[in-house]
Design a protein around this ligand. Sequence first.
Ligand code: PCA
Length: 322
Amino acid sequence: MKRFFLGIAAASALGFNAAQAETWDMPAAYAAGNHISKSYIAFAEDVTANSGGDLEIIVHPAGSLYAGAEILRAVRSGQVPIGGRYMGAHAKEHPIFGLDTVPFLATDMEQAWKLYQASKPAIEAALEERGMKLLYTAPWPAQGLFSKTEVNSLDDMKGVKFRAYDASTSRLAALMGAVPTSTEASEISQAFSTGVADSMIGSGAIGVFQKLWDYVDYFYKVNAWIPKSAVVVNKAAFDGLSEDTQAVVMQAAAKAEADVWATVDDIAEEYNNVLAENGMKVLKPSEALANGFADVGKTMADEWAEEAGDAGAVVIEAYRAN
Ligand code: PCA
């Protein structure tokens, strides 16, 4: 009997089984050590361990396989079966992808989770139209302002060189009168060391892993928005898995999602502590600065609503109702 089972195991290891063992490369844009990449790695290890060798997922962080801007297209076209990507950067393809980058709509994790739940059906539908499936999302800490010089109000941002990472942060720069330049997170050091950027919006996560203390002295906790990165899979690749392996993937995704949402607040605080330990001034924004951001936020919320139309209004309503 034992020998019989071993025989089957050997046969499937040699590829005689219908569902063959697969290895999936998973590109990701951000540093290996940050909480988003770590979540992907835990998810990948979970799938690899629990699929009985049917599916191994290997995460390639820091843009080493594809740059952030290319990841969604690579998954969509099937160049890679799976990827992790900052969702807000795709707002031009569908406004729902950018809802979580509308300033001040959700400013703590509880609100961010509600916003996610309210928008999830629309996000899933937009991905499905593009041949992809949402596995889970991982939140970034709330976004704050990094600056070389002290910023007491938005007047201090006029003409300042500002690193943007998507259309929303470019728009924010324009509304502040700053001068945007777009770079991947992996190119932040280069942008600041060559004087292309003197300020940026981001989270402590980026501040820590790009060692922003080498370039800037101030981090203002504006809590402007809580963006998410999404783990998405090519639909055909997912459908090609056995039912058992699909279930393993979905379970690992649910676990990774629960874990990262439950721990992000503590992690965010640790990141801010590391910034301070390295000499940065981690501050609450002045009232004038907070008000300035609130005004810009209103403009951007109106612009999003116009762009997203009735479908967007339904999502906002669902969010507010909870
Ligand atoms: N920083 C990312 C996106 C989210 C965040 O906090 C970036 O700077 O590219």
